[in-house]
Write a protein that binds this ligand. Structure first.
Ligand code: RET
Ligand code: FE2
Length: 533
């Protein structure tokens, strides 16, 4: 396992042709572009956590029955500073770095003070965001990095703070039918307040000037005050329906005072995020038309959610599905010390990921009896119990256990849907299979092979698709069998059977997230520029 986690990966900047076994769908043209950590050791120094690794972008370009692979390290300021110093000089999620070895006590004190308000990293290793014609590598700090999706070259560094007062932002934005990006970020102790901001970035901008980026037209559409000034919730994603935004203010919180003293105390950012198991999860519902939150106070039991799966409206209710945990052991397990050859024993989750369905009644009748279940949908056992003071206690329906990295047919985002494509994880956080879960029948189809470690499965719809699962699944497979090279797996999304695999004679890293960019203007195809997230 050391080999696939901790080992520095070589980049492959020149396109490398894959060896194809099976039949690629003839309509499949485009690029699967993904992101994830690729380098964990610089000189004599090693990061502590897998999420700290330097971003390695990679892509599979599929065209005319051929597949080409490339990979390139994101030339972030963090990457450049580290490589130049030949050691880790920028702090990441799980590693606090000390850039200037201090010579005397005075300069030491000065160095500590100047780090009280830290400048976060631009090592954007988590996902790729499409913003109009532009693509960005993203992480969860205030920085994103524009990239060239074809050559994987690193372009401008963009600071969200120039456009909105946010210190952290998610790397799981949503896209609406017009191509607007919808995302959320937290504004920490700005003008005496801490709040969560929902913002929108348009796909096109009026100025024809190439220099401007779309963020110049970023619009904050709603602000939700944090329940606490110094401990806002940590969140990794959020949900949307056609008319609403779902934000979980979970009891997994950033401790700002701890963050402000982390550098002096010699601890990492990760240790400043704590799970308060005695606290509740507050469910904020924002009406996209009025740009305000609903007044009813919906809440649920304490939980930790990283990934929202999907959400939709049905007969006066909002249905939303999340992968939830009873504690935050997931982030704990990605310390590289746990991901060694003994990882099967060392990295056991104390809470298994669980797919939970919550249902929010949109009309809360003032005269409803205390304790009445306000959920009137036949299709679910999720409840929302009326309590005093306009509070409603929501209990979820367990849909299934042991899945993570969920994806859907994005044409169904915010709408009623049936299928989830995900990685299967049981007590270990590293997926060994990918799965298609049918919410209606509660059954699943799986793909797995010995010594194979699959990445998040991405759904690509077939042209003229009629049904939700008319399309294919793309997943990057890393193998620990020295005789089996890594490959891009192409499955039929309906049957979950293998259509083809494209083997690559190069090193491939385990990654996190990414997207599929359909080809533009191939000679025999009409121009198609729709995002297939
Ligand atoms: C550097 C840094 C952060 C980075 C967090 C990261 C990098 C999280 C990665 C999460 C992943 C990959 C989750 C997968 O499910 C914080 C805590 C936002 C704020 C402080 C500075
Ligand atoms: Fe994620």
């Amino acid at each position: 396992m050391d080999m696939i986690f901790g080992k520095n990966k070589k980049e492959q900047p020149e396109p490398l042709r894959a060896k194809i076994k099976g039949e690629l769908p003839t309509w499949l043209h485009g690029t699967l572009l993904r992101n994830g950590p690729g380098m964990h050791t610089i000189g004599e120094t090693t990061y502590n956590h897998w999420f700290d690794g330097l971003a390695l972008l990679h892509s599979f370009t599929i065209r005319n029955g051929e597949v080409h692979y490339r990979s390139k390290y994101l030339r972030s300021d963090t990457y450049n500073s580290n490589i130049e110093a030949n050691r880790i000089v920028v702090s990441e999620f799980g590693t606090m770095a000390y850039p200037d070895p201090c010579k005397n006590i005075f300069s030491k004190a000065f160095s500590y003070l100047s780090h009280t308000i830290p400048d976060f990293t631009d090592n954007c290793l988590i996902n790729i965001m499409k913003c109009g014609e532009d693509f960005y590598a993203t992480t969860e700090t205030n920085y994103i990095r524009k990239i060239n999706p074809e050559t994987l070259e690193t372009l401008e560094k963009v600071d969200y703070r120039n456009y909105a007062a946010i210190n952290v932002a998610t790397s799981h934005p949503h896209y609406d039918a017009q191509g607007n990006v919808l995302n959320m970020g937290t504004s920490i102790v700005d003008k005496g307040k801490t709040k969560y901001l929902v913002f929108k970035i348009p796909p096109t901008i009026p100025e024809k000037k190439k220099k401007k980026n779309n963020l110049k037209h970023l619009e904050v559409i709603c602000s939700i005050p944090s329940r606490s000034l110094l401990s806002p919730s940590y969140y990794h994603s959020f949900g949307v329906t056609e008319n609403y935004i779902i934000f979980l203010e979970q009891p997994f919180k950033l401790d700002i005072l701890k963050m402000a003293t982390a550098y002096i105390r010699g601890t990492n950012w990760a240790s400043c995020i704590t799970f308060h198991e005695e606290d509740k999860t507050y469910i904020h519902i924002i009406d996209r038309r009025t740009k305000r939150t609903l007044l009813t106070k919906f809440y649920a039991d304490p939980m930790v959610v990283y990934h929202h799966v999907n959400a939709y409206e049905e007969d006066g209710h909002i249905v939303f599905d999340v992968i939830s945990y009873k504690d935050h052991s997931l982030y704990q397990l990605f310390y590289l010390a746990n991901l060694n050859q003994h990882f099967e024993q060392n990295s056991k989750l104390t809470s298994i990921p669980s797919l939970e369905r919550f249902v929010i009644p949109l009309q809360v009748n003032k005269d409803a009896e205390m304790g009445e279940n306000l959920v009137k949908l036949e299709s679910t056992t999720a409840t929302a119990l009326k309590e005093k003071d306009d509070q409603v206690y929501c209990q979820s329906e367990d849909l299934c256990e042991g899945i993570e990295l969920p994806r859907i047919n994005y044409a169904h985002n915010g709408k009623k849907y049936r299928y989830i494509y995900a990685a299967e994880v049981q007590w270990n956080p590293i997926p060994t299979k990918i799965t298609k879960f049918d919410i209606l029948t509660k059954s699943s189809l799986k793909w797995g092979e010995e010594h194979c470690w699959p990445a998040e499965p991405v759904f690509v719809p077939a042209p003229n698709a009629q049904q939700e699962d008319d399309g294919i699944i793309l997943s990057v497979i890393v193998s620990t069998d020295p005789k089996k090279p890594p490959f891009l797996l192409i499955l039929d999304a309906k049957l979950f059977t293998e259509l083809a695999r494209a083997s690559i004679d190069a090193e491939i890293h385990l990654d996190l997230h990414g997207l599929f960019i359909p080809s533009v203007g191939s000679p025999e195809e009409p121009e198609d520029n729709v995002l297939r997230n």
